[in-house]
Design a protein around this ligand. Structure first.
Ligand SMILES: [Zn+2]
Length: 279
């Protein structure tokens, strides 16, 4: 089911990890951002789009994590864009012939492995580095690229509609997940990305995170602050008091505490090794 969050901007929520697909109405069809995860959900989304009398004319993946790189045949053959760095990361991933089998294996514990279609996985067209807008015939969609969470991660700001599509940041259920593999200073990269989002926050009426609840204008600064407080606490090496971690986590999201513990430990090991401050 599509839910309107602003004029011409609709969200389709997946059961898996409360993933949000975003549909933006253009002149001759829609732009589809991060289509979703399970077969039947993407088929349902394709149906909803065709019920609107529309077709998908462009796709976009906010970042190169498996749950943002999927596609369904019924969504058609529109170009699917990502930042140059996102596309390069996916290409690299797929150069390993075992990559898809690895995703399926990784999904084992979720019980949805056989419902995640991988045939059209990761077919991303790179936008040239520094591209400021998605090339399509519709409202301007500004690309805010940064290096938090994953290489070439992009938030999208649909200025005329006041909608910020945040990718895997600013979630009410997931804590910031740092990219501990690809960058020299994951904490500073994350803080820099939050500053970029803060730069547009005043013009945001609806905030759509990759996972979690859509937030209104009143939520934007609060979520930025909460993510910043979390990241700063990680840097200082103390346990952040954060409603997304520990007993206050939402039902079904208890595993976020494990994510938190895992990254705290990895950061501690890293700073021990490098002799960097914190921990
Ligand atoms: Zn995700």
């Amino acid at each position: 089911m599509l839910r309107q969050v602003a004029e011409g901007v609709l969200v389709h929520e997946s059961e898996f990890c409360q993933s949000n697909a975003v549909v933006v109405q253009g002149r001759d069809g829609v732009l589809l951002i991060d289509p979703g995860v399970q077969d039947r959900e993407m088929a349902c989304l394709a149906n909803d789009v065709s019920d609107l009398g529309q077709t998908v004319v462009a796709g976009f993946s906010t970042h190169p994590d498996w749950d943002h790189l999927l596609w369904h045949p019924s969504l058609g053959a529109a170009p699917r864009y990502g930042t140059a760095r996102c596309a390069a990361t996916v290409r690299d991933q797929l150069s390993d012939p075992g990559a898809k089998a690895e995703i399926t294996a990784h999904l084992g514990p979720t019980g949805i492995a056989d419902q995640v279609p991988l045939d059209l996985y990761g077919l991303i067209t790179a936008l040239p580095a520094e591209t400021a807008r998605i090339p399509w015939d519709g409202p301007h969609v500004r690309i805010i690229e940064h290096q938090a969470h994953a290489p070439g991660h992009a938030a999208l700001f649909i200025e005329e509609r006041g909608v910020l599509v945040a990718g895997d940041m600013l979630s009410d259920v997931l804590v910031p997940m740092l990219d501990l593999d690809d960058t020299a200073d994951p904490i500073e990269d994350y803080l820099a990305a939050l500053r970029l989002l803060e730069g547009v926050a005043g013009d945001v009426d609806a905030l759509v995170p990759g996972h979690g609840s859509v937030g209104g204008a009143d939520q934007v600064h609060a979520r930025i602050e909460r993510d910043r407080a979390y990241v700063l606490a990680l840097r200082e090496g103390h346990l952040p008091s954060d409603p997304r971690v520990g007993p206050s986590a939402k039902a079904g999201w208890e595993w976020v505490s494990d994510v938190h513990n895992g990254q705290a430990q990895r950061l501690a090991r890293r700073s021990e090794r490098d002799g960097t401050p914190g921990f």
